[in-house]
Design a protein around this ligand. Structure first.
Ligand SMILES: Cc1cc2nc3c(=O)[nH]c(=O)nc-3n(C[C@H](O)[C@H](O)[C@H](O)COP(=O)(O)OP(=O)(O)OC[C@H]3O[C@@H](n4cnc5c(N)ncnc54)[C@H](O)[C@@H]3O)c2cc1C
Length: 393
């Protein structure tokens, strides 16, 4: 939609082909229905991809500021929460309405329920033939903005990758990202439903590959929540390489070593007349306390005074370093984005194919994915704007 607007604003006659019965279906699901459309705290370091060295020059052409101005000029006011940008209405439908209005004003033609099956380029005149069920149409240029294969119910089922490949492009392996992680341990059935602040370290406790702080959610099969989403793509690629993926959870991220030790000593000193379960009251959510007791092979009703000091100490220190082992991610159905996609080495700074002149790319179909926080939509706006504008030249 952004590409179509930018192209039409630059004088092109544009047609959008959309396989769904309506355009922009995924936008309605974003940000829990509120659409976190960008983020004031911006850095290209918040993006991933195998060859992402072009990103600073790409975002220079259409920045967060440009996105906010684009929506403002089209009538949408925004609000900010800790850098996260939302429409003031807090309705994702506002963002979609803004696009629909602008597309209508610019006379962009919509072909709905029109899945593109093939795109053929004539060697004679360089024109593209876009083939849908029972229909063919010719164009000077094409922008492929089919998304990846995350949330396929919204339309992005990976068919864009096949179209790109059919035109000679190469793909970086795709994996689900911003997604829940499934873990090996059987204590998740006890912990299911707990949400708490924690520090999560991926790969190792000391020198982890990635470290994230935030609200972790325990499910009956593993871990979820924003900190988990943030390193899910790293975990997914490690799993693809058949590597071990441990995650270490610290339930006391604000405690220094000394402070924690003092708290443990106090708790140890107050163990008289208490069961193990009672001794742990106030440490964490009751379900987490039960997990710790189970992991130490203790009985919750056991007299705390009768447990050796070392064992109690181990129990209390489990809260600083609970290790879980990731066995998989949830599927693309549950993922917010796809990591991987069209190789960025084959795409110019104008988002044009370096292999097929006149073919452009935008959005998630490319091997660029961002952290949770509005960065993926910002990528869609930025790459879409540049692709549309360049395609119209
Ligand atoms: C639940 C959920 C919540 C999210 N929340 C946020 C958020 O708050 N902030 C954020 O930044 N990002 C969020 N994202 C990610 C963000 O929505 C996507 O990265 C972004 O929409 C990608 O835009 P796109 O245009 O590349 O692809 P898409 O939005 O997937 O659009 C691609 C379109 O192409 C159509 N299409 C595909 N193949 C064909 C074909 N062959 N022929 C015709 N049409 C085709 C599809 O039907 C679809 O409408 C969220 C994603 C999900 C699933």
């Amino acid at each position: 939609m952004m590409a179509a607007i930018a192209a039409a604003e630059n004088g092109a006659q544009v047609t959008i082909y959309e396989k769904n019965e309506r355009i922009g279906k995924k936008i309605l699901a974003t940000g829990n229905g509120k659409c976190n459309f960008s983020n004031r705290d911006f850095d290209t370091e918040y993006y991933y991809g195998t060859y992402k060295d072009k990103l600073p020059q790409i975002f220079e052409q259409f920045s967060v500021h440009d996105a906010v101005s684009f929506f403002y000029n089209a009538g949408m006011l925004s609000k900010e929460r800790g850098g996260y940008l939302y429409p003031l209405s807090e309705q994702a439908s506002t963002v979609l309405d803004i696009f629909r209005l602008r597309l209508k004003k610019l006379g962009v033609k919509l072909e709905l329920q029109a899945e593109v099956k093939y795109i053929l380029r004539s060697d004679k005149d360089g024109m593209f033939t876009v083939v849908t069920e029972g229909k063919k149409e010719r164009f000077h240029s094409v922008v492929l903005a089919c998304g990846g294969c995350a949330a396929p119910k919204t339309g992005s089922d990976g068919s864009g990758y096949r179209l790109a490949e059919s035109m000679g492009h190469h793909l970086i392996d795709t994996v689900p990202a911003l997604v829940q992680l499934r873990c090996k341990e059987d204590f998740f059935r006890i912990a299911a439903g707990v949400r708490c602040d924690a520090l999560l370290k991926l790969g190792a406790d000391i020198s982890p590959i990635q470290e994230e702080r935030g609200e972790v959610q325990f499910t009956d099969y593993g871990i979820s929540g924003i900190p988990v989403f943030q390193f899910s793509r790293t975990a997914a690629y490690l799993l693809k390489e058949k590597k071990e993926v441990p995650v270490y959870i610290d339930f006391f991220p604000d405690y220094g070593e000394e402070e924690y030790e003092t708290m443990c000593r106090m708790r140890f000193g107050s163990r008289e007349g208490k069961s193990i379960e009672e001794l742990l009251i106030g440490m964490a959510n009751k379900k987490i306390n039960m997990v710790m007791i189970k992991l130490m092979g203790l009985n919750p009703t056991e007299d705390a005074e009768r447990i050796e000091k070392d064992r109690l100490r181990k129990l209390l220190y489990l809260y600083r370093k609970l290790s879980v082992h990731v066995t998989g991610t949830n599927s693309f159905e549950n993922a917010q984005v796809s990591a991987g996609g069209v190789d960025m080495r084959e795409v110019t700074l104008q988002m044009e194919s370096a292999l097929v002149p006149g073919l452009f790319f935008a959005g998630e179909i490319l091997d660029v994915d961002g952290r949770c926080g509005g960065y993926n939509l910002q990528w869609a706006w930025t790459s879409g704007y540049i692709a549309g504008k360049s395609a119209a030249m």
